[in-house]
Design a protein around this ligand. Structure first.
Ligand code: ADP
Length: 523
């Protein structure tokens, strides 16, 4: 027997329709290529997106067809998302930090029919299309979409099921070929309802929300859905994500909540060190994508009064897995112990289940093991693949190594492939990075496994010092004194002028390993 409630598919067009109906005058602002701010309301965005939908339909785009976007977080990109998804087509967000050949490989794998692109990225889009002739056309976000919007009447949205695909996002391929994750309307809709909750991102109608995390990085962690869902002001930062630009946006647009990877926050903190000033009215930031060093969390909280929510997730989880928010347990502990819980990756929301599996049958609960996840927004099968991405019970192996403590907080100790395997024992590269980041002269740091004849691998510390700072190796190793077993202490230090960053703005450890794997042997 079925229940007898109304059939009301959870489709993503309803999110912007809701904002249009109940928060019509709320602002959506976006940095234009010339640095000025373009301003619209949710009502205007919805109307424009429907007209763009009509242009896509006129081109022959049908439900299930893939339409790619290659762009920064901008107003035209935001409108394009809803225009594509509203008619049941699939919005495939391409990562603009990839080169033309990588993009073409992904576009071919995805079967993209059209490409909507930022004007500044037109050269790479043209080069990519030359390698991918199946793409029928390129539309420039801004000039091109404006012309189409002016030429069409609004289309009708919806009328399809919630299990239809809505978005496609490829993992950046740090291991093997990139793999596509095909989100459904339902998975993204429910993910939206999850992340707005107080213990997660905690977003409300009075907020001004700045997603610095790109729309091509796992849907801007869901924020381009969450802000209209609650009627918050949405501030789209465009291409300039340096500390000074982010600082200006926060003050100028009254930003109260934001989200980005640690390297972005480091840029903002360095900028504030140089020019002074505060971060008002910002009150909460979500930091994830890679581990947030406790030293960064303390600086943001103690100096600037910002509540840091450390989050863990991945493309395959839509992306949210866990968020560290205060709980009864963290409040009841000593400030130091409670603080450690809030520095962890946190707890999963309803709808995400986690387990840690150790390969050692005698391992205690505190022994790190392989982390598995499952839930309504976890990948079941990669795009175009025949075999499931999970085991028979639906568990997806994340590739991360972790401990879940007795309070239910997740502590990621490493990515499987980043663990330093020294003489048969495992050393957590992320644990060492958190300690190295305590040194006041360190701007960015990474610990990688360097080859060693005697132990197999040994930890090597790579640092980028703050501008104008200099210090000895002995000084850089001081924070390790007494905090970790002696055999964990890095065997060498490499100084770099600029850390290599990967396609999603995180430190690219693979590039560092390629460059410095032999460093300890050579020295
Ligand atoms: P990419 O492979 O392009 O980085 P994802 O953003 O999906 O794509 O990366 C997910 C991975 O990022 C996770 O499996 C984990 O290793 C790492 N990660 C994400 N958030 C955190 C965090 N808060 N702490 C440690 N690692 C994290």
């Amino acid at each position: 027997m079925n229940g007898s409630m109304l059939d009301w598919p959870l489709t993503l067009d309803r999110i912007l329709v809701h904002a249009e109906r109940w928060h019509p005058d709320q602002a959506v602002v976006g940095a234009a290529p010339d640095g000025t701010m373009a301003r619209r309301t949710y009502a205007e965005c919805a109307d424009r997106a429907r007209r763009l939908s009509a242009a896509l339909v006129a081109h022959g785009i049908e439900p299930g067809d893939r339409v790619a976007t290659l762009g920064w977080n901008t107003l035209p990109h935001f409108e394009a998302w809803y225009a594509i998804m509203g008619i049941g087509a699939v919005c495939h967000t391409l990562n603009l930090r990839m080169d033309a050949a990588q993009l073409a490989w992904i576009a071919r794998d995805a079967g993209d029919r059209l490409l909507l692109v930022d004007p500044a990225l037109l050269p790479v889009a043209e080069a990519m299309r030359a390698l991918c002739p199946a793409i029928e056309g390129i539309i420039v976000l801004g000039a091109g979409t404006d012309a189409l919007i002016a030429a069409h009447d609004p289309a009708r949205w919806g009328g399809f099921g919630e299990d239809q695909p809505a978005g496609l996002c490829y993992t950046s391929g740090t291991t093997g070929d990139p793999k596509g994750v095909l989100y459904t309307h339902r998975s993204n809709f429910l993910h939206t309802l999850a992340i707005i909750q107080p213990d997660l991102f905690g977003i409300g109608a009075a907020d001004s929300v700045l997603p610095i995390v790109p729309m091509f990085h796992a849907n801007a962690w869901g924020i381009a859905f969450a802000a209209p869902a609650v009627g918050a002001k949405l501030v789209l930062p465009g291409a300039r994500l340096d500390g000074a630009s982010v600082h200006r946006l926060i003050a100028g647009e009254g930003v109260t909540m934001s989200a980005a990877v640690p390297t972005v926050w480091q840029g903002l903190l360095d900028h504030l060190d140089r020019v002074g000033g505060g971060l008002a009215p910002l009150r909460r930031v979500v930091i994830g994508g890679s581990a947030c060093p406790p030293s960064m969390q303390r600086r943001l909280t103690d100096h600037y009064g910002i509540e840091v929510r450390h989050a863990w997730g991945m493309t395959e989880l839509s992306p949210l897995g866990t968020v560290a928010a205060p709980s009864a347990a963290s409040a009841a502990l000593s400030p130091e112990e409670g603080g450690r819980l809030l520095q962890s990756q946190g707890r999963p929301p309803l709808g995400v289940d986690l387990k840690v599996v150790s390969d050692d049958p005698d391992a205690g609960p505190d022994t790190p093991g392989r982390l598995f996840a499952r839930g309504y927004a976890t990948v079941g099968r990669y795009f175009g693949r025949d075999t499931p991405a999970t085991d028979a019970e639906g568990w997806f192996e994340t590739g991360d190594v972790a401990v879940i403590d007795r309070h239910g907080f997740l502590h990621i100790t490493d990515r499987d492939k980043d663990v330093v395997k020294s003489g048969g024992e495992w050393i957590s590269s992320q644990g060492l990075e958190a300690i190295a980041a305590e040194h006041p002269a360190v701007a960015h740091c990474a610990v990688i496994a360097a080859d060693c004849d005697r132990w197999g691998e040994r930890p090597l510390l790579v640092v980028q010092l703050r501008e104008g700072e200099d210090c000895s190796d002995a000084s850089l190793l001081e924070p390790f004194d007494g905090t970790v077993p002696r055999w964990w202490v890095p065997d060498g230090i490499v100084r770099v002028d600029a850390m290599p960053l990967g396609a999603t703005g995180k430190i690219d450890k693979r590039a560092l390993r390629d460059a410095y794997r032999d460093h300890l042997r050579a020295s």
